[in-house]
Design a protein around this ligand. Structure first.
Ligand SMILES: C[S@@+](CC[C@H](N)C(=O)[O-])C[C@H]1O[C@@H](n2cnc3c(N)ncnc32)[C@H](O)[C@@H]1O
Length: 263
């Protein structure tokens, strides 16, 4: 057995115990690509047409094929979204056609771009970001300039409005078809967004939370967003029906009889 193959076997066995997981951590630091190559078969064991989760009833477009693919936090691109999450957002935007929506938290604008590409011409997506630095190396102004240039290059600029502001205190537009909440992930932050934005949706409008559930391994999920999502599902059933989601995205629809909340 080659040294590489031996290390691979070791990593495979290491996942069973705490001590093993510690060993695994040092293996990952030593050779990340080898470690993840070895973990792949464990993580992707359910990947077959017989067993893969989230297989759709109908194929409605490319976005219905996302159950075939995988992505994880180590191979994120511009969007802080996994493949199935991006395709879910794109599919929703496409179904909505000409629509008016808002996004809270855009960072580099990956989710902004996915939504804009899915929406029909004549739509308007208002994106809010506070330019909180996620890592030291990115500057919000520069990220927005790059995003704006890309939107212009691809003919999407007229359907997107990039605003800098605190989502908890800006004046939300009204009668929105959708709101995607992916900003402050603390319990207080995400709850403030929920309370401030839920009345901005029209009856039948779509409320989406990113990082609100973790159905798959290597999924990013924020426990405090998950907590709020559980509370809405449990306590606010008269106002919102949980209809689905993908990856860590949780999707509620505003009940047509649940309008007019106190903000
Ligand atoms: C997880 S990132 C968004 C990722 C993006 N939606 C994507 O899919 O690529 C969270 C963003 O929320 C922004 N943010 C945090 N608190 C905010 C607030 N109170 N108002 C507006 N934006 C906020 C941060 O500046 C950051 O860019």
């Amino acid at each position: 057995m080659s040294a590489r193959e031996g290390l691979k076997q070791l990593i495979f066995r290491a996942t069973a115990s705490t001590a093993g997981r510690r060993m695994l951590e040092s293996a990952i630091r030593h050779d990340p690509s080898l470690a993840f190559e070895s973990l792949g078969p464990i993580v992707n064991r359910p990947a077959s047409f017989d067993t893969a989760p989230d297989q759709p009833e109908r194929i409605e477009g490319f976005e219905s094929l996302s159950f075939l693919f995988s992505s994880n936090p180590l191979n994120w691109g511009i969007a802080l979204l996994m493949f199935d999450e991006a395709s879910y957002l794109y599919g929703l935007a496409r179904k909505l056609g000409q629509a008016r929506g808002a996004e809270i938290g855009r960072w580099k604008g990956g989710s902004t771009f996915v939504l804009a590409a899915g929406l029909a011409p004549g739509s308007l997506l208002t994106s809010y970001d506070l330019h909180v630095k996620l890592t030291g190396e990115f500057d919000g102004k520069q990220l927005d300039a790059s995003l704006q240039a890309a939107l212009t290059r691809y003919g999407l600029a007229d359907r997107v409005e990039l605003l800098v502001g605190d989502s908890r205190i800006v004046e939300p537009p009204t009668m929105l078809d959708f709101v995607l909440i992916d900003g402050d992930h603390s319990y207080e932050g995400v709850k403030a967004d929920y309370l401030h934005w839920r009345s901005a949706l029209r009856p039948g409008g779509n409320l989406l939370f990113h990082d609100g559930a973790a159905p798959k391994p290597l999924q990013t999920c924020h426990p405090e967003v998950e907590q709020l999502v559980r509370e809405i599902t449990r306590d606010d059933g008269a106002l919102f029906t949980r209809v689905g989601g993908a990856g860590s995205i949780v999707h509620f629809v505003k009940r047509s009889d649940g309008d007019g909340y106190a903000a």
